[in-house]
Design a protein around this ligand. Structure first.
Ligand code: C2E
Ligand code: CA
Ligand code: CA
Ligand code: CA
Length: 275
């Protein structure tokens, strides 16, 4: 049994070695990915639950690695965050998303994910300001999505940054609500304009009473605080039906549209469907 134990240890050690090497390789390639044109944005519609209308799009990053093909952001964003490559990548995302959104019909909004490292960067506010001026995108059409986890390492600093961003006229959404280091006090401490309920709660909302109770109470929370709630990860008509019945404000998910190149949504972004 003892030798087996050691074998297991070696196995883990070897496996960890591969993972560390993998990480370093990806980290290295990430540094050049923007300059080499390997990054692209796809967009996922966000709809008004009451009317079914598209009200905006979330920009989601895709990395087409020359040898590996598409690498998931769930894999490379954490690596980019640890290596600070996220600052350069995040800047590209912001410029690209705002440049794109400025071409859409007036009320359509764009939601951009901003990571913890960006929130704590002293250059973020100036960058957003510059990008809004340069692209001519009306500030109220930009929404920044932040997770609570991005705020906790230095909450005072994060609060200052969020206030300065809001002073530019944009909106701030709390992403992934209900997961990670969720705390109700964050809703009070930070100036959010919207709550995004994580998809893990939305899935099975129609079949699981506990999940349904949680989503109902988040909707009540939103109503009490005067904050619209967006449900993420809506995949079925039954889930959407629940959200309609419970008067959830906004929804996003494969049911309404998968994240896709913006050209696939030309009927909205070129105004052929009245908003
Ligand atoms: P997120 O911000 O919570 O984005 C939602 C994720 O759920 C996206 O995964 C989206 O494709 C996926 N999704 C949307 N609808 C459905 C659905 O109906 N069912 C299921 N199962 N999934 C759905 P994606 O695009 O792989 O992105 C993963 C995460 O990577 C994002 O989670 C976000 O945290 C991060 N990310 C993506 N783009 C960026 C970016 O530009 N900057 C930063 N900092 N993070 C990003
Ligand atoms: Ca998001
Ligand atoms: Ca989310
Ligand atoms: Ca997430």
């Amino acid at each position: 049994a003892k030798s087996e134990g050691r074998g297991t240890y070696r196995f883990f050690e070897a496996k960890m070695g591969v993972e560390v090497r993998e990480r370093r390789l990806l980290e290295h390639d990430l540094r050049h990915a923007v300059a080499r044109g390997e990054m692209q944005l796809v967009y996922q519609p966000q709809t008004d639950v009451g009317t079914g209308e598209v009200i905006g799009f979330e920009a989601l990053l895709r990395w087409k690695h020359p040898e590996r093909g598409y690498v998931s952001p769930a894999v490379f964003i954490p690596i980019a965050e640890e290596s600070d490559a996220i600052l350069q990548i995040g800047e590209w995302v912001l410029r690209e998303a705002c440049r794109e959104a400025a071409t859409w019909p007036q009320p359509l909004a764009v939601a951009v994910n901003v990571s913890a490292v960006q929130i704590h960067s002293p250059h973020l506010v100036g960058l957003v300001h510059e990008v809004l001026l340069k692209t001519g995108l009306a500030p109220y059409r930009l929404e920044v999505e932040v997770t609570e986890t991005a705020l906790i390492s230095d909450p005072n600093r994060a609060l200052l940054t969020l206030r300065q961003l809001k002073a530019l006229g944009l909106r701030i959404a709390m992403d992934d609500f209900g997961t990670g280091y969720s705390s109700l006090s964050n809703l009070r401490s930070f100036p959010f304009d919207k709550i995004k309920i994580d998809g893990s709660f939305v899935r099975s909302v129609d079949s699981n009473e506990q999940t349904a109770a949680i989503v109902r109470s988040v909707l009540g929370l939103g109503r009490g605080l005067g904050l619209p709630v967006l449900a993420e990860g809506v995949e079925t008509e039954a889930e959407l039906g629940f959200l309609v019945a419970e008067r959830c404000h906004e929804a996003q998910g494969y049911l309404m549209g998968r994240p896709s190149p913006i050209g696939e949504f030309a009927q909205y972004t070129h105004g052929t469907i009245p908003l």
